[in-house]
Ligand binder design. Structure first.
Ligand code: FAD
Length: 449
């Protein structure tokens, strides 16, 4: 019997649900990745994320080859589902195996792929893998989706049930090479008109596991105390890009946290729950992907000041904490969570620039750019999302710095010219002025209460 594994995210061999199922059920297993131009040439992706993906594919390819298999690579301009079914026929697969995805475009694509496969007599087998609990399962007692995090988390925690780690090693010899089926090279960034200017995290499952192990030793036990101190490289796991692309299994993250235990690990599990919450939000409220979840909180007189937007992007606002965050993003494709909140607040509150502009810039720059977390994070800060009561919460960039970077280590690292004549002498919009303007606009928007 022959099976075909369709990799999308989940770019690893170990603890990968669809791969494990395929290896158990078949004597020979082929692996496929389809590069889809709809995604790779889209407006919401940039060099960092594509580079990480290509790096992950190279490592996955090498890992598969080390077990005597091959990663078949195909490139399509659109509609990868036709290519997937074509490859399944070429290798003689009786079933296609894949991990489920929960965003609107992949759901539609996979539905279409299933219909095409089944029309050819090929089984289409999907598995839960990328989340600890699938959105369908986390509902209120009356069967409704949650819109608020805390009750979601309570229910979610009761549903998490992670099996012990299993060994896949004895089965990996079932991965096969084919000489009859065309396979493309993994392309270069240049072929997509991209060039990488950021120093990004390397991909690969070995690297991800090392990072998890190091974090479990150094950061996890004190995560509840250290997680907001951006200058400390162990303050958070920096696993987000590995989690996004599945170069690490989310179950392995959870198992590790449970093994370490204590308040640090518990707090970290809360963050994993936020990720699942935002996945569930977009699953049930897909309109939030392209606009405000609560449109009534979005009707502000948004500023079109392009100079301000450019200064924010470049990390030249005159607030060194904000600028340090933006430069960390521009130089590494990653930004510490505390800073993501601070810079987002400065953009959509102090500068009154629409949060979707920031959301898109993040997606273009982030190596971990992930629709649910990014959209959820921006709508949370803007106050248009799951917790609109936060709308009038405005981060003070000076107080935030005094609290979380009191020795200015983070600022010195990313804004080395701070204090010299090269650095803006005053903020483009002083916080108090921006704050007042926002609050007045907000009051006018909601009207007399
Ligand atoms: P850790 O603190 O070690 O957390 C572990 C994991 O939990 C993370 O890797 C991530 O998968 C998940 N997680 C942590 N915090 C959150 C959160 N608030 N929401 C959802 N998941 C979370 N995260 C992304 O993965 N991709 C994004 O595109 C993204 N955009 C964001 C935009 C804004 C405006 C904000 C405020 C947050 C955003 N986040 C995003 C969430 C969070 O900032 C990052 O997940 C975190 O900084 C990644 O660093 P880490 O892996 O060291 O996190």
């Amino acid at each position: 019997r022959t099976g075909l594994v369709w990799f999308r995210t989940g770019l690893r061999l170990h603890d990968n649900t669809c791969l494990f199922a395929a290896l158990q059920e078949n004597e020979q297993v082929y692996a496929l990745y389809v590069l889809d131009d709809t995604y790779l040439r889209g407006a919401d992706i940039g060099a960092a994320r594509v580079a990480f993906l290509f790096d992950a594919l190279h490592k996955l390819q090498a890992d598969i080859e080390s077990y005597g298999g091959q990663l078949i690579v195909r490139r399509v301009k659109q509609a990868p589902q036709q290519e997937v079914v074509a490859v399944a026929k070429e290798v003689g697969a009786r079933a296609i195996y894949l991990n489920r995805d929960y965003l609107p475009y992949p759901i539609q694509r996979d539905r279409h792929a299933k219909a095409l496969a089944e029309a050819e007599g090929i089984a289409f087998k999907t598995y839960p893998d990328i989340l600890l609990v699938e959105p369908e399962r986390v509902k209120t007692e009356t069967g409704l989706p949650y819109q608020v995090f805390t009750p979601f988390k309570r229910r979610w925690e009761n549903l998490v049930n992670v099996p012990e780690r299993y060994s896949i090693e004895p089965l990996l010899g079932r991965l096969r090479v084919t000489h009859h089926v065309r396979s493309a090279e993994i392309p270069s960034l240049a072929e997509y008109g991209l060039s990488l200017r950021q120093q990004i995290e390397p991909a690969g499952e070995r690297r991800a596991l090392q990072r998890l192990e190091a974090f479990a030793r150094n950061g996890l036990p004190v995560y509840h105390q250290r997680r907001d101190f951006a200058a400390d490289p162990d303050s958070t796991s920096r696993l987000s890009m590995h989690i996004k692309w599945g170069t690490i299994s989310i179950r392995e993250c959870y198992r590790t946290a449970r093994k370490v235990g204590g308040p640090g690990a518990q707090k970290w599990i809360d963050e994993l729950a936020w990720r699942e919450f935002y996945h569930a939000v977009l699953y049930y409220f897909p309109h939030a992907l392209t606009g405000p979840m609560h449109p009534e909180y979005d009707r502000l007189p948004w500023s079109e000041n392009e100079e301000h937007f450019q200064a924010w992007k470049a990390g030249m606002t005159g607030y060194p904490f904000v600028d340090a965050g933006m430069r960390q993003l521009n130089q590494t494709g990653w930004m510490h969570n505390r800073l993501r909140q601070v810079v987002a607040s400065y953009l959509c509150k102090d500068l009154l620039i629409h949060w979707q502009k920031g959301e898109r810039y993040f997606m273009q720059m982030l190596v971990d750019g992930d629709w649910p977390a990014n959209n959820g994070g921006w709508q949370w800060v803007a106050g248009t999302g799951t917790d609109p009561r936060r709308a009038t919460r405005i981060f003070n960039p000076v107080l935030q710095q005094e609290r979380y970077d009191s020795q200015m280590e983070y600022i010195r690292q990313w804004v080395p010219e701070f204090g010299s004549a090269q650095y803006p002498q005053k903020p483009i919009v002083p916080h108090e002025e921006g704050r007042q303007r926002f609050l007045n606009a907000f009051k006018a928007m909601i009207g007399p209460t």
